[in-house]
Ligand binder design. Structure first.
Ligand SMILES: NC(=O)c1ccc[n+]([C@@H]2O[C@H](COP(=O)([O-])OP(=O)(O)OC[C@H]3O[C@@H](n4cnc5c(N)ncnc54)[C@H](O)[C@@H]3O)[C@@H](O)[C@H]2O)c1
Length: 324
């Protein structure tokens, strides 16, 4: 048990943050969840509000924060293109000013600080699969740049604080993750396909659907976060966390149609600008350093995720959350 350990999760009311909060509470931590509810929802953490070791604070991390904690997980940032492109200036501010504020807090408290970085820092990669040593192929001025470059700058800040101020940093590069509590209308492929399938609507596949993605189930990812945070002081990352199993978008669509028993048809739309053709993590570093590898296969993870969307649907929430 870690009852004396106080943990701050920024973005704690989001998809990953809420699962991390559950995991840390069950491990005996005291959890302070900070969120401005830009993409997060009270619904995601409602079941935790009465927990004696859980606290919620509405706050925007682009402003300084003064709290007392031992560890900081910096997850705050809209993660899906639809959300982070809605207010791109705010996205960059959240990544960059948010990182500065959290690093400043960690410096004052001498707390360990974790950064939720992303596979997007590799851009449209020319190397497959992507090891952490790959520097990426990123457009600085495109519609995705606010996110990609914001996250890249945040990594730079983390490593400068480590070199300059000897902070204990833990940088994870997260690859596509899915599970219950992803937003039904955020354009992320797993949730979008499940919702379209459950509504028996056409499933929209960009291009010919031959681009590949890897999909990590949320419990596996959260286990990687905790292992990284608990790793020895010399482990800073960046460390890729994701599931190396590679599926084409078309394969994913067919699996979801099969598991939901849907009558949906697959329709094709033009590829969006800067859409990566292939995305797959090289997780050897995580395996060697953290003894971590994902355990939940895609089929099993989808079967755990579909009921969440069925419940939202039965409560009329999907219809309200997607503009129909
Ligand atoms: N889910 C994935 O597949 C994935 C992949 C790569 C990286 N990530 C990173 O992991 C983190 C969490 O992603 P997620 O999937 O849970 O997304 P999410 O959108 O569900 O959660 C992000 C949370 O951050 C909050 N937030 C946004 N801006 C904020 C601000 N300025 N101040 C305070 N709170 C703010 C949102 O309200 C939300 O609750 C993000 O940093 C994201 O970039 C996620």
């Amino acid at each position: 048990m870690h009852l004396e350990r106080r943990v701050l999760i920024t973005g704690g009311a989001g998809f990953l943050g809420s699962h991390l909060a559950e995991r840390l509470l069950s491990d005996g931590y005291q959890v302070l969840c900070v969120d401005n509810f830009y993409t997060g929802a009270r619904r995601n953490i409602e079941h935790l509000l009465s927990h004696p070791h859980f606290e919620l604070l509405r706050h925007d991390i682009t402003h300084p924060l003064f709290v007392e904690v031992d560890e900081i997980y910096n997850l705050a940032c809209p993660a899906s293109p639809i959300h982070y492109q809605r207010d791109p200036v705010q996205t960059t501010k959240t990544s960059v000013l948010g990182a500065i504020n959290m690093l400043g807090l960690a410096k004052r408290l001498r707390a360990k600080v974790f950064q939720a970085s992303t596979s997007e820092i590799y851009g449209d990669p020319t190397v497959h699969p992507q090891p952490e040593t790959y520097w990426g192929n990123v457009n600085t001025i495109g519609p995705r740049s606010c996110y990609d470059e914001g996250k890249r700058c945040a990594e730079t800040l983390f490593f400068d604080y480590w070199r300059q101020h000897k902070l204990q940093i833990k940088v994870a590069r997260i690859f596509n993750t899915y599970g219950p509590r992803t937003h039904p209308n955020d354009g992320r492929v797993v949730s979008s396909f499940i919702v379209q399938a459950l509504l028996n609507r056409d499933i929209t596949v960009f291009g010919r659907g031959e681009q590949t993605r890897s999909f990590c189930y949320v419990d596996d990812l959260v286990d990687g976060f905790v292992r990284l945070m608990d790793s020895s002081a010399d482990v800073t990352g960046p460390i890729n966390l994701g599931n190396p199993g590679e599926f084409t978008i078309l394969e994913l669509a067919k699996l979801i149609i099969d598991f939901t028993g849907s009558r949906s048809k697959i329709v094709h739309q033009p590829l969006p600008q800067d859409d990566p053709k292939q995305r797959r993590p090289d997780i050897s570093r995580a395996q060697e350093t953290l003894g971590w590898a994902p355990k939940v296969p895609l089929r099993e993870g989808l079967k755990k995720t579909i009921p969440y969307f069925e419940t939202l649907l039965s409560q009329g929430l999907v219809q309200r959350m997607i503009a129909v």
